[in-house]
Design a protein around this ligand. Structure first.
Ligand code: 5AD
Ligand code: SF4
Length: 434
């Protein structure tokens, strides 16, 4: 019974994007192989891991305040090991120790594989070096979601959008061999997952032995996987081939997240995005023509350096013209090493905030209007679990990625349910099972 007393636990807190959520599943996969089990209780964990995000200052601040809070825990239980992973780890390296001497180990997104051997060592460790073979060696994954599974198809990013830190924290683009991806998705089908989301900073530029459209075709053929999603797409690489793959492949969902960032071609150029507003619009029109009912979501940055009132108006009129199904909008945030941080015409904080508010107000109306239009329609949803806002409801998503809440809690996570939409709200839909 000795093992019972020796059970060691790990607490993981994840910040940021789905890539990070999935990286945490890999981190947990490795830790389980080392004999650790996951705990939700930070107070009695043997190892505490923060998987961090540095996309904007706000995300960084959130992490640093958590890191400060953990100090007292370390005083109470000096044996607890504190580990900082993810994008801030990559960005700051050993500087984190100066900031926070209670940290034991720092490792970046390219060094997750080494965690198994590092976690046991007692001296402070920093692992932030490049790992050129990252796409060739797969890690164990302990999946946290019973309904949807994430699958990395490529690592890193080569785009160097002038505002973005990701190329510096996640290194160069490397694609996984298609056979490895297929084997992973086949395994997920055997485990009865119905939905798979393919992850990459720019999935459209996936290229190993085959390209992205061929990869979708390969995965579409796997029995049991009913829904395939992918994030994130780059508008510059939206090919006709990809559009026809979305339209013809049954399991590929009718939804694309296609970050526009700005409606002003002048700003898009300064962002190094590689497309003009008109080119973006052309892509949207093609998508809507070839894939009827497709939902399109986007990201917007408010107050990029040099953005004038006129540029901002262009973004607002783009929102009205395109009518996205949903947006994520952010104030521009200065990031280390990026070109935009060096631009000398930074926009004042107050102006950024006002512009962001205006953007959100416009989009709220559009989203509500679109959701209203769905009232009375029949949708198939994949149940993801209890609703976050109402514990007496369960929630799922349509193929177009809209959240639908249904009364009751008699559905199992991961099941497909047909519902009639009885109400369209600002952020969700309400459905009644048929
Ligand atoms: N400031 C604000 N938003 C940013 N994003 C990326 N970098 C920044 C930054 N420096 C946004 C982009 C991207 C999304 C993931 O985050 O809109 O698409
Ligand atoms: Fe994800 Fe980017 Fe945040 Fe890194 S910085 S966790 S890639 S959103």
């Amino acid at each position: 019974m000795l093992h019972f007393f020796m059970e060691r636990t790990v607490y993981i807190k994840t910040f940021g994007c789905q890539m990070n959520v999935h990286d945490s599943e890999k981190i947990l996969g490795i830790m389980e192989k080392q004999g650790y089990t996951a705990t939700d209780n930070v107070g009695n964990a043997d190892i505490v891991i923060f998987n961090t995000c540095s996309i904007r200052q706000k995300a960084e601040q959130k992490f640093y305040s958590e890191l400060g809070r953990i100090k007292s825990l370390k005083k109470k239980r000096p044996g607890t090991r504190i580990i900082v992973a993810g994008c801030i780890a990559q960005q700051e390296g050993e500087k984190i120790f100066k900031h926070a001497p209670h940290v034991d180990m720092v490792f970046g997104p390219e060094n997750i594989h080494a965690l198994g051997t590092m976690a046991a060592q007692k001296t402070p460790i920093v692992a932030v070096h490049g790992n050129p073979a990252i796409a060739l060696h797969d890690l164990p994954v302990k999946r946290g979601d019973g309904a949807r599974a994430w699958v990395t198809i490529m690592y890193g990013c080569n785009n160097y959008c002038s505002y973005c830190i990701v190329p510096f924290t996640r290194g160069r683009e490397r694609s996984r061999p298609s056979a490895n991806i297929r084997a992973e998705v086949e395994e997920l089908a055997r485990m009865e997952y119905k939905e798979v989301t393919l992850l990459g900073q720019n999935v459209n530029s996936y290229r190993s032995d085959i390209g992205f459209s061929a990869l979708l075709e390969m995965l579409d053929a796997i029995q049991g996987i009913e829904r395939i999603r992918f994030v994130t797409s780059h508008p510059r690489d939206l090919s006709d081939e990809l559009i026809s793959a979305i339209s013809s492949l049954h399991s590929v969902c009718e939804h694309i997240h296609l970050p526009i960032q700005s409606g002003s071609s002048r700003i898009l150029h300064r962002m190094n995005r590689g497309y003009s507003y008109d080119q973006y619009l052309e892509g949207i029109e093609k998508l809507r023509r070839k894939v009827p009912g497709i939902a399109i979501t986007t990201d917007i940055i408010a107050g990029f350096p040099g953005e004038t009132e006129g540029d901002h108006k262009a973004t607002m009129s783009a929102l009205r013209e395109i009518e996205f199904d949903g947006i994520f909008a952010f104030k521009y945030s200065e990031r280390p090493w990026t070109k935009a941080a060096e631009m000398d015409d930074q926009v004042a904080e107050g102006i950024k905030a006002n512009r962001l508010n205006e953007i959100l107000l416009i989009q709220d109306k559009i989203t509500s209007g679109k959701n209203k239009l769905l009232e009375g329609t029949i949708q198939e949803i994949l149940i993801e679990g209890r609703s976050e806002t109402d514990r007496n409801k369960m929630s799922g998503r349509t193929r177009t990625n809209k959240i639908v809440n249904v009364a009751g809690n008699g559905y199992t996570k991961g099941s497909m349910v047909s519902v009639r939409i009885i109400r369209g709200r600002k952020h969700s839909l309400e459905g009644k099972p048929l």
